[in-house]
Design a protein around this ligand. Sequence first.
Ligand code: E4P
Length: 213
Amino acid sequence: MQFFIDTANLDEIKTASTWGIVTGVTTNPSLIAKEGKKLIDVIREIVRMIDGPISAEVQEGPAEAMVEEAFGLAKLHPNIVIKIPMTIEGIKAVSVLSRHGIPTNVTLCFSVAQAMMAANAGATYVSPFLGRLDDDTKDPEAGYRLLEDIRVAYDNYEIPTEIIAASIRHPKHVEQSALAGADIATIPYKVFLQMIEHPLTARGLQIFRDAAK
Ligand code: E4P
């Protein structure tokens, strides 16, 4: 399973790029707004830091407007992936962009039905949201089951759309993503730091440090 970083913060991306394990970046309007910068300026910086798929989200609206914005963003760099919300207009836009060979990531996916719509439109990626589904259903395995079900449905038809496990809140979500067969997990910076930690690792390190003295 590949790791993308789910942030628009350039310092976080710069640091994560030195780890050698991050192969792509996802952003969304909330993450861009948090940085107080324009989408286009942030994306221009990110493509210099990570040589892999960089998701840039278009503003929700009519398909024609989303396609136009997508063409503009796609011109910035070949690694740009156009993130499009799960609406009928979004599906229309994905169909057009896919015919033009522009990679897309259909976001805000909460059901197998939606994931099938994205796949049939020719989406390169689909992003099921684990954390938001778990929060809404108050079930810590709801997102996990959704991923498992999308994996089965896609495998039934050898669908090439890649599954990006998104809205990841903690390391357990990353484990669930791997066990359910997600192709990619897009992970916030702070969750990467939590993933490296284990109390027995810390205790073991202390034992080795003491021994080395
Ligand atoms: C990624 O593609 C999504 O935009 C992101 O994971 C959403 O996460 P959130 O539910 O924490 O906002």
